[in-house]
Write a protein that binds this ligand. Sequence first.
Ligand SMILES: [Zn+2]
Ligand SMILES: [Zn+2]
Length: 147
Amino acid sequence: MITTWQQQAATAGALAQKIRDDDARMASEHFRLTEFKCKCGCSKVYVVPQLLEIVEAVRKAVKLPLTISSGYRCVAHNDAMPGTAEQSKHCLGCAADIGIPSNLLNAAVMLEAAEIAVTAVHGGWHYYAAQRFIHVDCWPWPKDRRW
Ligand SMILES: [Zn+2]
Ligand SMILES: [Zn+2]
Protein backbone atom coordinates (compact mmCIF):
# COMPACT_ATOMS: atom_id res chain seq x y z
CA MET A 1 0.00 0.00 0.00
CA ILE A 2 1.43 3.33 -1.04
CA THR A 3 0.80 6.15 1.36
CA THR A 4 1.31 9.56 -0.16
CA TRP A 5 2.70 12.57 1.67
CA GLN A 6 -0.76 14.19 1.44
CA GLN A 7 -2.32 11.21 3.25
CA GLN A 8 0.42 11.20 5.88
CA ALA A 9 0.09 14.94 6.43
CA ALA A 10 -3.70 14.59 6.75
CA THR A 11 -3.23 11.79 9.32
CA ALA A 12 -0.73 13.88 11.30
CA GLY A 13 -3.08 16.87 11.11
CA ALA A 14 -5.95 14.77 12.46
CA LEU A 15 -3.78 13.46 15.30
CA ALA A 16 -2.36 16.90 16.14
CA GLN A 17 -3.66 18.36 19.39
CA LYS A 18 -4.35 22.01 20.13
CA ILE A 19 -2.38 23.01 23.21
CA ARG A 20 -2.00 26.18 25.26
CA ASP A 21 1.28 28.09 25.59
CA ASP A 22 1.38 27.35 29.31
CA ASP A 23 0.94 23.60 28.83
CA ALA A 24 3.68 22.14 31.04
CA ARG A 25 3.68 18.62 29.66
CA MET A 26 7.05 17.18 28.71
CA ALA A 27 7.34 15.54 25.28
CA SER A 28 10.55 13.84 26.41
CA GLU A 29 13.07 14.16 29.22
CA HIS A 30 14.38 17.61 28.21
CA PHE A 31 11.77 19.06 25.86
CA ARG A 32 8.31 20.43 26.50
CA LEU A 33 5.50 19.61 24.07
CA THR A 34 4.96 23.36 23.48
CA GLU A 35 8.45 23.60 21.95
CA PHE A 36 7.23 21.53 18.99
CA LYS A 37 4.03 23.52 18.44
CA CYS A 38 3.24 25.02 15.02
CA LYS A 39 4.25 28.67 14.92
CA CYS A 40 1.40 29.93 12.70
CA GLY A 41 -0.94 30.48 15.62
CA CYS A 42 -3.02 27.32 15.11
CA SER A 43 -1.55 25.96 18.40
CA LYS A 44 -1.37 22.44 17.02
CA VAL A 45 1.32 19.94 17.80
CA TYR A 46 2.14 16.44 16.65
CA VAL A 47 5.45 14.68 17.10
CA VAL A 48 6.47 11.04 16.59
CA PRO A 49 8.50 9.16 19.24
CA GLN A 50 11.42 8.54 16.87
CA LEU A 51 11.91 12.28 16.43
CA LEU A 52 12.02 12.73 20.19
CA GLU A 53 14.66 10.00 20.37
CA ILE A 54 16.77 11.98 17.91
CA VAL A 55 16.53 15.32 19.70
CA GLU A 56 17.19 13.67 23.07
CA ALA A 57 20.27 11.91 21.71
CA VAL A 58 21.60 15.21 20.37
CA ARG A 59 20.80 16.96 23.66
CA LYS A 60 22.65 14.32 25.65
CA ALA A 61 25.72 14.48 23.41
CA VAL A 62 25.92 18.27 23.55
CA LYS A 63 25.13 18.51 27.29
CA LEU A 64 23.63 21.98 26.82
CA PRO A 65 20.01 23.15 26.65
CA LEU A 66 18.80 23.16 23.04
CA THR A 67 16.11 25.22 21.36
CA ILE A 68 13.67 23.76 18.85
CA SER A 69 13.26 26.58 16.32
CA SER A 70 10.67 24.66 14.33
CA GLY A 71 8.85 21.41 15.11
CA TYR A 72 5.39 20.53 13.83
CA ARG A 73 4.00 22.68 11.01
CA CYS A 74 0.45 22.51 9.77
CA VAL A 75 0.24 22.27 5.97
CA ALA A 76 -1.10 25.84 5.64
CA HIS A 77 1.87 27.21 7.59
CA ASN A 78 4.37 25.13 5.63
CA ASP A 79 2.87 26.30 2.33
CA ALA A 80 3.15 29.91 3.49
CA MET A 81 6.84 29.61 4.37
CA PRO A 82 9.21 30.75 1.64
CA GLY A 83 11.96 28.36 0.59
CA THR A 84 10.73 25.33 2.51
CA ALA A 85 10.19 21.85 1.11
CA GLU A 86 6.74 21.47 -0.44
CA GLN A 87 6.27 18.05 1.16
CA SER A 88 8.02 18.78 4.41
CA LYS A 89 8.45 16.18 7.13
CA HIS A 90 7.65 18.98 9.60
CA CYS A 91 4.00 18.48 8.51
CA LEU A 92 4.22 14.82 9.50
CA GLY A 93 5.55 15.47 13.01
CA CYS A 94 8.77 13.86 11.84
CA ALA A 95 11.16 16.82 11.67
CA ALA A 96 12.67 19.42 13.96
CA ASP A 97 15.09 22.29 13.50
CA ILE A 98 17.48 22.51 16.43
CA GLY A 99 19.38 25.75 17.05
CA ILE A 100 23.10 25.47 17.69
CA PRO A 101 23.77 27.00 21.12
CA SER A 102 25.98 30.11 20.91
CA ASN A 103 28.15 28.74 23.73
CA LEU A 104 28.78 25.45 21.94
CA LEU A 105 32.39 25.85 20.83
CA ASN A 106 32.47 22.86 18.54
CA ALA A 107 29.36 22.50 16.36
CA ALA A 108 30.82 19.25 14.98
CA VAL A 109 29.84 17.57 18.26
CA MET A 110 26.22 18.26 17.41
CA LEU A 111 26.53 17.06 13.84
CA GLU A 112 28.17 13.82 14.97
CA ALA A 113 25.39 13.25 17.50
CA ALA A 114 22.74 13.96 14.84
CA GLU A 115 24.41 11.49 12.48
CA ILE A 116 24.37 8.71 15.09
CA ALA A 117 20.81 9.48 16.18
CA VAL A 118 19.27 9.62 12.71
CA THR A 119 21.11 6.50 11.55
CA ALA A 120 19.46 4.57 14.39
CA VAL A 121 15.98 5.48 13.10
CA HIS A 122 16.75 5.65 9.35
CA GLY A 123 16.38 9.40 9.32
CA GLY A 124 18.36 12.31 7.95
CA TRP A 125 19.83 15.66 8.89
CA HIS A 126 20.94 18.85 7.20
CA TYR A 127 23.17 21.56 8.63
CA TYR A 128 22.19 25.15 7.90
CA ALA A 129 25.50 26.79 8.76
CA ALA A 130 24.49 30.41 8.07
CA GLN A 131 21.33 30.17 10.19
CA ARG A 132 23.11 28.02 12.81
CA PHE A 133 20.59 25.22 13.05
CA ILE A 134 20.36 21.54 12.20
CA HIS A 135 17.27 20.02 10.62
CA VAL A 136 16.73 16.40 11.70
CA ASP A 137 14.01 14.07 10.48
CA CYS A 138 12.84 10.47 10.49
CA TRP A 139 10.32 8.30 8.70
CA PRO A 140 6.68 8.76 9.71
CA TRP A 141 6.31 5.18 10.87
CA PRO A 142 8.70 2.29 11.33
CA LYS A 143 9.67 1.13 7.87
CA ASP A 144 8.82 -2.47 8.60
CA ARG A 145 5.28 -1.63 9.58
CA ARG A 146 2.75 -4.00 7.97
CA TRP A 147 -0.74 -2.93 6.86
ZN1 LIG B 1 -0.24 25.97 12.09
ZN1 LIG C 1 13.49 21.60 9.15
